[in-house]
Write a protein that binds this ligand. Structure first.
Ligand code: GDP
Ligand code: MG
Length: 166
């Protein structure tokens, strides 16, 4: 089995966009509506000869907002399964929005797995955002990488990092 890496995090932070950019495909469904990816999606990636499996999860949701409790339980279970089967985890957060309580809950949850974790601060679309937002994420204690999945910022560094985690 290939080394497996899962993208986890609350809905709408850009996990599916990152998945597509890393694998250079239009496979995972991205949408403005939080929680649009209901099922885990797997695909193979590679970087300089290192092959790995990447998992896009539907989002860890542990408190109710606009979706039904049942639906949230479902994506939570999916994410937990992804965590169980993965060698390393990439926790994705939204750099424009900043750190949210749900990010902190997700961070605590996955920290217990004792697996390598990269904190990927997405939506860093310009240097002014990078300066503002990165410091508040350091309290989570993970290695941090800023990217913009949409604008392509730091994606080559991310590809190398993912291969390193594999
Ligand atoms: P997911 O729910 O975590 O899988 O998030 P999606 O990949 O579906 O993305 C949610 C929304 O964020 C979509 O409207 C994306 O176009 C947008 N998005 C993703 N990456 C970026 C980024 O780097 N910058 C900005 N500004 N928006 C992004
Ligand atoms: Mg998604």
């Amino acid at each position: 089995m290939l080394p497996t890496i899962a993208l986890v995090g609350r809905p709408n932070v850009g996990k599916s966009t990152i998945f597509n950019r890393l694998l250079r495909k239009k496979r995972a469904l991205t949408h403005d509506m939080p929680g649009i990816t209901r099922d885990r999606i797997y695909d193979e990636g590679h970087y300089e000869g290192v092959r790995y499996a990447l998992v896009d999860t539907g989002g860890l949701v542990m408190e109710s907002d606009n979706e039904s409790e049942e639906f949230q339980g479902d994506i939570f279970d999916q994410a937990r399964e992804a965590i169980e089967e993965s060698h390393a985890l990439i926790l994705v957060v939204d750099g424009r929005l900043g750190l949210t309580p749900l990010d902190e809950q997700v961070a605590s949850f996955i920290r217990q797995s004792n697996k390598p974790i990269l904190l990927l601060v997405n939506k860093v679309d310009g240097s002014e955002i990078e300066d503002q937002c990165l410091s508040e994420f350091h309290c989570l204690g993970f290695e941090i990488m800023p990217v913009s999945a949409e604008h392509g910022y730091n994606l080559e560094a991310l590809r190398a990092k993912v291969a390193q985690l594999a």
